[in-house]
Design a protein around this ligand. Structure first.
Ligand code: ADP
Ligand code: MG
Length: 309
């Protein structure tokens, strides 16, 4: 099968949403934006050997790619609409591509997005996904509004499971079904993101570890602030404490990353959607930016995941 047959067979699907005027298969896609909405757009990469194992199962590659990508829309309070997929494949091996595409399309339907275009080349296994969504005008939730007096909330899955699964991949821990699920199937939290539009003063999705992403909110805030976290309020993935001990469990939860839950600062007077965890307070600035149970964090915890290291 050559490149064009491969694209036609596996990636060109008719768009389901009537807003798509010219879909996948032309030189570019055309869609008409919704009235009274603003467009929200982001791009994300998944590189084999970096964000997934070198030898990566096709369904896991697809699920991590689309889940991580769409999580950025959830973090803005946006509704997901369209995706574009740029794919680099070592071989045009039909079996792998077929399974990848099957899972990718399945998740497009589940998350309510149309694949409206992309690019396919030969090269090291990697992909870039462009995600497009929308929010009612003026309602996107940015990172910049955190302020003293807010509470700090988490919405979505518990923390640390995806980090613990890296130990499974490195054969230092026995397999664990829920950790595998957290790693391979990130779940963008659209419902919470939308519910938090008129509630959160600032919001971010946890991709690089709670502490590091929290620091982004602190650094972007217009008013200086410190954070007081309470360890017993932080939702830990199952069996982390049993298998790793309390200290490592907390370290994985606070620094591990790949959790894809939403972290929001919310004024204490606001009506908070059901289902979140209140993990701490935003206070007037102190010596430390983040205090855990009143103590400074171990220095290494604040680093989280950084590709330059
Ligand atoms: P061009 O050379 O004009 O850029 P291509 O031959 O690369 O077009 O692609 C043909 C059509 O197939 C385009 O509409 C493009 O968006 C789509 N396409 C190519 N690769 C993918 C992919 N991996 N996923 C989705 N659509 C794709
Ligand atoms: Mg063209």
């Amino acid at each position: 099968m050559n490149e064009f047959e491969l694209i036609q067979t596996y990636f060109q699907r008719d768009a389901l949403d009537p807003s798509v005027i010219l879909d996948n298969g032309d030189d570019a896609a055309v869609f008409s934006p919704r009235l009274d909405c603003e467009t929200v757009v982001s791009v994300d990469s998944v590189i084999a050997g970096r964000h997934v194992p070198d030898l990566c199962p096709p369904d896991g590659f697809a699920a991590r790619l689309i889940g991580r990508g769409l999580s950025d829309l959830a973090a803005m309070g946006a509704t997901p609409r369209y995706v574009l997929l740029s794919l680099s494949l070592p071989t045009l091996e039909v079996g792998w591509v077929e399974h990848f595409a099957q899972r990718f399309h399945q998740l497009c339907v589940r998350f309510g997005v149309d694949l409206i275009g992309g690019d396919t080349t030969k090269g090291p296994l990697s992909a870039h996904i462009t995600v497009i969504g929308d929010v009612p005008t003026g309602m996107a939730v940015g990172r910049q509004g955190l302020k003293p007096g807010d509470d700090l909330w988490l919405f979505g899955p518990d923390l640390g499971g995806a980090r613990a699964y890296l130990d499974v991949l490195q054969n230092t821990q026995a397999d664990h079904a829920l950790w595998a699920e957290r790693y391979w199937r990130p779940e963008p939290q659209f419902d919470f993101g939308i519910a938090l539009r008129d509630v959160a003063s600032a919001m971010i999705d946890i991709s690089d570890g709670l502490c590091q992403d929290l620091m982004h909110l602190v650094e972007r805030a217009k008013k200086p602030a410190s954070i007081k976290l309470q360890s017993k309020m932080i939702p830990l993935c199952a069996d982390l404490v049993d298998r790793l001990g309390t200290q490592t469990a907390l370290e994985y939860a606070l620094t591990g990353g790949d959790d894809y839950c939403l972290l929001a600062s919310i004024p204490s007077t606001a009506r908070v959607p059901e289902g979140g965890h209140r993990i701490g307070l935003v206070v007037q600035p102190e010596n430390e930016s983040i205090l855990l149970d009143g103590q400074p964090l171990p220095a290494s915890w604040q680093l989280g995941w950084d590709h330059s290291r």
